[in-house]
Structure formats: structure tokens, C-alpha cells
Design a protein around this ligand. Structure first.
Ligand code: GLN
Length: 475
């Protein structure tokens, strides 16, 4: 009840596409009943969770924020959704996103943009307050020029930051979980590729997509991870061995922990106050016994260009399934099958999706394939090798900014097209997806204007224990 009331109270932020009140109340009653029957209940039993609207939920609208799927009721649940249900959680709703998760602001959804709670006129008493404040000023409220939530999982981040739910699932292909979490002052976690099933997550870039988790604390993220991770017969890319739950009990031993600060992440577009808080955090780690050194990941600057080629190629292929015949909307044309496809696809997709399909198909033309797609795969390998050479030199953790600034205003963000937005927004987050490694953003302070700032930690693939324990310490 409290959760549904809070969703109603914060409706103007537009975090939810669908509020699943009936499902929530039914699941909550079942959870109460388990309690009354004296059954042992797990940590997440009865806990309200929200789901990004690109995870299939049986019989419940799964729109991807797109006109194309505005009538799509999936016949099955994504694996992560059914695992959360099995853990006894209560699904309160489906969250807003950029169309098909292509974006970094949650401004490109047919259901309208999601607004950040920071800088809005919703009272702040429900939001998470970072421990290490830098500023005590409150962000100015401008109803016309609000702060973006970040994206593409902006709905999920705002749902958590506004106190509407305990945690929310996002998806992360280039930073879509970490970017909005950083802008909303909450924790955003991208697991290792293969740790959490993608079955039922409507694909953007199959080779990089992972379900992400957003919550107020590292402990909460860990509880959700432990409920959803592990092998899945429906996703052949999940790890084969049994999942060992992450335990935070032991904490991290900072003595001798090797932390690298990659110099390439502080590019020329970064705000001075982010560099400042990064340096402060590095020196706190050092004072407490960690071995902190500057390191180099030389191919970082090529990551975004390489990503956009790979992204568009996979998008071109993934989007081919929306033909107006099997599911989703259908164009109103009977002249020919080609006309039907064309009508459906131009009506169903926004400009961002259409342009990615066009460029992806261009990169995949026989005459261009080697020049763009194969070349981008090679660059991707170099980016991964950069990380591997640091792990081989016994680095345990990398510390970087999550974003280059605090949440921009909508007017600032809209000055650029989608492609340019991604270049800035995904700069620090995207390389982790290239390498398949786990990464987390933790809120560490407030900017001078009173907006949240986050820092990112990364670790070798499947080293979730080390990553989450270090993040817990930082939090
Ligand atoms: N901003 C990136 C894109 O638009 C990443 C999106 C994501 O992680 N889903 O492709």
C-alpha cells in the first residue's frame, strides 16, 4: 500500500509506464499468508520491486517505450522476473525507458520523458542521502527545465530514488543502469556478462546486454543479485556452474588491495568537481591501506565509436523481427507485404531506432562488413585486452567516474542528437560492456548545485564478491 501510494504521489515524474496494482496486492497478500502460515520467508519476501519495461512479463504490457510494442502482452515471464516472483517479491510496476533502451536520458519514450526527482518539486524526505556531502545547497526547481533522470533505465532509477519501491531492474548495454543511478543518487550495478539470464530481456545488443539492478544500497543490490543470478537453460550464454551467492559479511581487506585509476577516463569534457571527488576518494582508499596507482587503458577513447558500429549492426538484425505480422502493431496496408513492413516499421519505430537500423544495415553490406563490423570486433578485443593486462598485473579494482557531470537540465541535453548524447553519457560506462566485466556506481557526494555525483568501480569478470564488498566500503 505504501509503495502504491508513493507511486501515485510521485506520478508527475513519469517513472512508470504501467502500475501493476492488482498483481502487487495479490502477491503481497500471498506473502502475508505465508507469514500467517508460519512459513520461513526469504529476505525478499513481500518486498516491492519495479521492472524496466523491456523485460517480458506474462500478460502484462511490455512496451519497450515504443509504439511498435504498445499492444504487446508477452506469453511468458523473463527468467529474472520469474526468479523475483519465486523469491516472494511484489511487482509494483513496469518502468519507463528510452525506446528499446536506445538512449541515455529516458527522454525518447512514447510515454513521455521521466524527470529526475532531484531538482523537482517533490519533497526530498524519501530520497537517499549520500554519506559524504560536498554541498548543502538544494538544486533549484525549474518546472520547465527539469533535470534528466539519465537512461535508458531512468524510470527504474527514479522509482527507487523516489521511494516507490525497494529496488528495480534495469538493463545495461552501454551504461543504462549506472548512468541513471548516478544521476538519481542511488546504487546501480551491472553484473558480469553471463551471470544473470537475459532470457525475456528484449534484446538491444545481445553480446553486451545484461540485466542491471538499482537500489538504495549495496546490501540491497546484493540481495536482489542473489535472487536472480545463476545458470539458465533458456540462455546459453549464462555461466554453467552453480552460482555461489555473494556474501558481504567479511567485508573488504583494504590492506594490499590494488586499485587502479585509469587516466583515460578523465577526458577533456569532464567536470572539475567530478575529478575532485575522484581524487578525494582515491586518497581515502590510500589512507586506509589500499595500494592506489594511476593506470592506463589506452584504447578507451575508441570504445564509443566501436560501440556505435557494433550496436547498430546488432540493432539492424534484432529489429528485423518487428514485421507487423507476428506481434506488435500492424500497418494498415494490404497492397503488398513490403508495403506492410514499411508502413508498420515507420509507424512503429521512432527516428533513433530507424536511423540505427539504417546505419547497421549499411555497416553490414557485403562491401562494408570487413571495413566496419569486423574492424569494430577487433577494436573491441583490444579494449578487452587492456582490462586483461591490468588484471594480469594483479589489479583487483578500477575506480573511475560514472558520468562526466551531474544530471544535465533537459534544455542542455536536448541540444545534442541521440548519437552525440551517447558519446558524452556512456563514455565512462561503456567499456565495461565491451569487456563483459562487472561494474557498479555508488553515490559519493553532491555537486555545488546540490545534485548527486557517483563513482564507478570495476572488477574482473565474475569477481562480484570483491566488487560489491569494495563498493560497500565506499558507500
Ligand atoms: N546509450 C547507449 C545506447 O543508446 C546505451 C544504452 C543502454 O545501455 N541500454 O545504445
Amino acid at each position: 500500500d505504501a509503495s502504491l501510494k508513493q507511486i501515485e504521489k510521485t506520478k508527475s515524474l513519469n517513472a512508470f509506464i504501467t502500475v501493476t496494482s492488482d498483481v502487487a496486492l495479490k502477491q503481497a497478500k500471498e506473502s502475508d499468508q505465508r507469514f500467517l502460515n508460519g512459513m520461513t520467508r526469504g529476505d525478499l519476501d513481500g518486498i516491492p520491486i519495479a521492472i524496466k519495461d523491456n523485460f517480458c512479463t506474462q500478460g502484462i504490457l511490455t512496451s519497450c517505450g515504443s509504439n511498435m510494442l504498445s499492444n504487446f502482452l508477452p506469453p511468458y515471464d523473463a527468467t529474472v522476473v520469474s526468479r523475483l516472483r519465486d523469491a516472494g517479491t511484489v511487482m509494483v510496476g513496469k518502468c519507463n525507458l528510452d525506446e528499446f533502451a536506445m538512449g541515455s536520458g529516458t527522454v525518447d519514450s512514447i510515454y513521455g520523458p521521466t524527470k529526475n526527482i532531484w531538482g523537482s518539486n517533490i519533497p526530498y524526505d524519501v530520497t537517499y542521502k549520500p554519506n559524504h556531502k560536498m554541498s548543502s545547497s538544494k538544486p533549484k526547481v525549474d518546472p520547465e527545465d527539469w533535470r534528466i533522470a539519465g537512461g535508458s533505465s531512468g524510470g527504474s532509477a527514479v522509482a527507487v530514488a523516489s521511494g516507490s519501491c525497494f529496488a528495480a531492474l534495469g538493463s545495461d548495454t552501454g551504461g543504462s543502469t549506472r548512468n541513471p543511478a548516478a544521476y538519481c543518487g542511488v546504487v546501480g550495478f551491472k553484473p558480469s556478462y553471463g551471470l544473470v539470464s537475459r532470457h525475456g530481456l528484449i534484446p538491444l545488443v545481445n553480446s553486451m546486454d545484461v540485466p542491471g539492478i538499482i537500489a538504495r544500497s549495496v546490501e540491497d543490490v546484493t540481495l536482489v543479485l542473489n535472487a536472480i543470478a545463476g545458470p539458465d537453460v533458456n540462455d546459453s550464454t549464462t555461466l554453467k556452474r552453480k552460482y555461489e551467492k555473494v556474501s558481504l559479511d567479511e567485508g573488504v581487506n583494504l590492506l594490499g588491495l590494488r586499485i587502479g585509476i585509469p587516466k583515460e577516463y578523465q577526458n577533456t569534457a569532464i567536470d572539475a568537481e567530478i575529478v575532485d571527488i575522484l581524487k578525494k576518494t582515491a586518497s581515502i582508499f590510500k589512507e586506509c591501506g589500499a595500494n592506489v596507482t594511476e593506470v592506463s587503458l589506452p584504447h578507451t577513447p575508441y570504445s564509443i565509436t566501436c560501440y556505435s558500429v557494433l550496436n547498430q549492426c546488432e540493432v539492424a538484425s534484432n529489429m528485423a523481427r518487428y514485421d507487423g505480422l507476428r506481434f506488435g502493431i500492424r500497418g494498415d496496408v494490404t497492397i503488398s507485404t513490403e508495403q506492410l513492413y514499411a508502413e508498420t516499421r515507420s509507424r512503429g519505430f521512432n527516428e533513433v531506432v530507424r536511423s540505427r537500423i539504417l546505419s547497421g544495415n549499411y555497416f553490414l553490406l557485403k562491401r562494408n562488413y570487413e571495413k566496419y563490423f569486423v574492424k569494430a570486433l577487433k577494436v573491441r578485443r583490444l579494449i578487452k585486452n587492456d582490462f586483461d593486462s591490468l588484471w594480469d598485473s594483479n589489479f583487483d579494482i578500477l575506480l573511475t567516474p560514472t558520468t562526466l557531470s551531474h544530471a544535465p537540465k533537459i534544455s542542455e541535453f536536448k541540444q545534442y542528437d541521440n548519437q552525440t548524447q551517447c558519446v558524452t553519457q556512456d563514455y565512462c560506462t561503456q567499456p565495461a560492456n565491451m569487456a563483459g566485466i562487472p561494474a557498479i556506481t555508488v553515490p559519493v557526494g553532491l555537486s555545488r548545485e546540490g545534485l548527486p555525483l557517483g563513482l564507478q568501480l570495476m572488477a574482473p569478470v565474475f569477481h562480484e564478491n570483491a566488487l560489491l564488498r569494495t563498493a560497500l566500503w565506499l558507500q
